[in-house]
Design a protein around this ligand. Sequence first.
Ligand code: SF4
Length: 429
Amino acid sequence: MATLLEKARAGEITPEMEAVAGLEGLDPEKIRRGIEDGTIVIVSGHGRSDHATGIGKGLRTKVNASIGTSSDLADLKLELGKASVAREAGADTLMELSTAGDLDDIRRRVLAAVPLPVGNVPLYQASTDAAARLGSNMEMTADFLFELVARQAADGIGFMAIHCGVNRLTLETLRSQGGRSGGLVSRGGAFMSAWMTHHDCENPLFDQFDRLVEILHEYDVVLSLGNGMRAGATADATDKAQIQELLINAQLADRARQAGVQTMLEGPGHIPIDEIEANVILEKRLSGGKPFYMLGPITTDIAPGYDHITAAIGSAWAAAYGTDFICYVTPAEHLGLPFPEDVRQGVIAARIAAHVGDMIKLGRRQRDFEMGEARRSLDWEAQFALALDPDGARAVRDLRPGSESDGCSMCGDQCALKVGSSAIAPICR
Ligand code: SF4
C-alpha cells in the first residue's frame, strides 16, 4: 500500500492531510507539498489515522511527552495515568519508552488508552527482551531486532526513534576525539555502541537500513533518526561525534524518503544557548529542511529539579530558530522517573517554550495581544480562557485574598490598571 509520502508525490490529498490542514488553519495543498518536499511529516500510526498530527515547516511547534516504566519502577497504572495527564496538559504526541514489564502489553494498553500519535525507541525493548529471553542484551540479533520493529509498527506506533547513525565511523570519531566529558547519555546510543563493540561489528540498523525502511514503509511509520551521540553535558555540545552522526543521518534520511518513508531527524541534548542556532542551521542545511526533533535542549547542567525550565529556555530558542518538534523535560530529569505532576509541569513548560518560539518563527502573536487587552480591562475570565494553563492560572488567583475584587493581591488597592482606567485613560489608550 502506498504511504502518505507516496500519495503526496502522486498529488493526492488524503484525509490525514485534510485533518492536519484544518488543525493548522492552512490549505491542504500546502501540507501535501510539504510532505512531498520533505519539510513536513504527518505522524499517526497503523490503523490510527484519526490521530494524525503534522510536524514541520510552517506548522505549530509540537510537543512530545515521554512515559515508560523502568526496572526500578514498573507500574502500568502509573504510566497510563501519566499518559492521560500528558494529553490533558496539551502534549501533541506521546513516546512510550518502557523498559520493564511485559512491553508488548504495555505498548498495546497505552495505544488503546491515548488518542495521540505514539512514538517509541525500538532498541529499548530489544535490549530488555533480549536480556529476558536470550540471557543478555548482548545476545540480541539483527533478526530479533527487525522482528520487534515490525511487531511495534503493526501495533500502531506512529514514529520510531531509531539509532541508525551510531555506526563504526561515528564510534571511531568519538574515540579519536577523546571521548566525552559527560559520557554517552542516549540509552539507545549507549546500548548500540556497547553491542557493536561487544560483537566487533557494524550496527544492523545502518548495515541493513533498506530492511528497516521496508518495514517502516509497510506500516507507514515515520522514521525519526535518533541522536545516539547527543551531548549529556554542555561541555560536549556540537562535538565531532554528534556532527558525524548528523551527517550520516542526513544521508540516511534521503535514502528513506527515496523508498517512500517520511523522515525527521533528532538533535541534542545539552547545548549552551549560543550554540542552539548553529545546531538548527546545521540540521536544516544538511538534511534539506527535514523536520527537526530536539530533545531539550537543556541549556545548563546545574539545575537538577528544574530541568523543565532549563529545557524550556533552550526549546524556546530552538523553536524560534526553526526546530519543529520538542521533547518535554520534567522536573525529575536526571533525578528519577517522573510522576504525574512532573509530567504535567513538563508538558506545560514545553508548550510555553513552543509558543514563545512560534511567536518568532510563525509570527503567532494574536493570543498575546488579546491577553494584553484582557489584562488591561481586568477581564479575568478572558485571561483564564487565553492562558496556556487556565486551571493553573485560576488556582493561583483563587488561593489569594482579594480574588473577588477587580484587581489582585499583588498591588491591592494600588492596582495600576485601576488607576490607569480613570486618571490616565485619555493618554493610555
Ligand atoms: S493589582 Fe497589580 S498585578 Fe494585579 S491586576 Fe492590578 S496592576 Fe495587575
